[in-house]
Design a protein around this ligand. Sequence first.
Ligand code: GTP
Ligand code: MG
Length: 255
Amino acid sequence: MLPPIKSDRIITHLPKCFSAKAALQTKEVFHPQVQAACQTHDKDGMSFNVAKVIVVGDVSVGKTCLVSRFCRGAFDKNYKATIGVDFDTERFQVLGVPFSMQLWDTAGQERFKCIASTYYRGAQAIIVVFDLSRGSSLAHARQWLEDAMKENDPSSVLLFLVGTKKDLSTPEQLTYVEQEAVRMSDEIRAEFWAVSAKSGDGVRDFFLRVAALTFEANVLSELEKSGPRNAAGVIKITSGSEDERKRAKRKPDCC
Ligand code: GTP
Ligand code: MG
């Protein structure tokens, strides 16, 4: 049996965006249809609702540290390149409904890109990470997004642009980079966040927001497909996700 969901993974209100200037939405409550569906869902007959979230971006921008800070509350100052892809699952409860987020942390190194890109397909959310203290990584964000989008349906994917290593920048540097990032978020229709995996600043708020928005999008999409009576209880598991997980643990042989 699964352990109970941790208290800091229980979402009862729509978490706030980081900046209203670069938000996917600025409303403060869940969509009324989603609230209604969650209130009436059959808790006993309920299955897990699962979303696939992929994390992409330049080498060493801090993708693995970002995920580790959230999933394990840890930070490693020593760099260890991700080989291919790493996988974590985080369990939440959103409006009383169990919800899991599969986090696919992909490699930024060019030589592992071919294997990492095989895991892009079927994402409900894409997190493009850049290093706030390295401008070139923001410039490359668009290319990462384009590559990830080739494998996904642009109309149904939520995009997040996340600047990491906030602790390394002065307030003046941050103001400048954040302006650039807000501009890019607007162009690529992503929600912008600035965080630090080292201090933990913004990391939990960010992932709760990702969980809440992907959950809301999933329920709305199910409502559209199957009608309000069934929507809250629908299982949404990315096809082949178990196989993908097994493959992720294998050594890459194509690069
Ligand atoms: P690849 O797996 O090769 O694509 O790299 P990555 O994007 O996963 O980078 P990783 O998370 O491994 O971090 C790279 C380096 O940046 C490590 O030395 C981390 O300790 C450091 N780092 C990551 N996040 C932060 C942060 O928020 N602040 C500071 N100061 N350092 C960070
Ligand atoms: Mg990594």
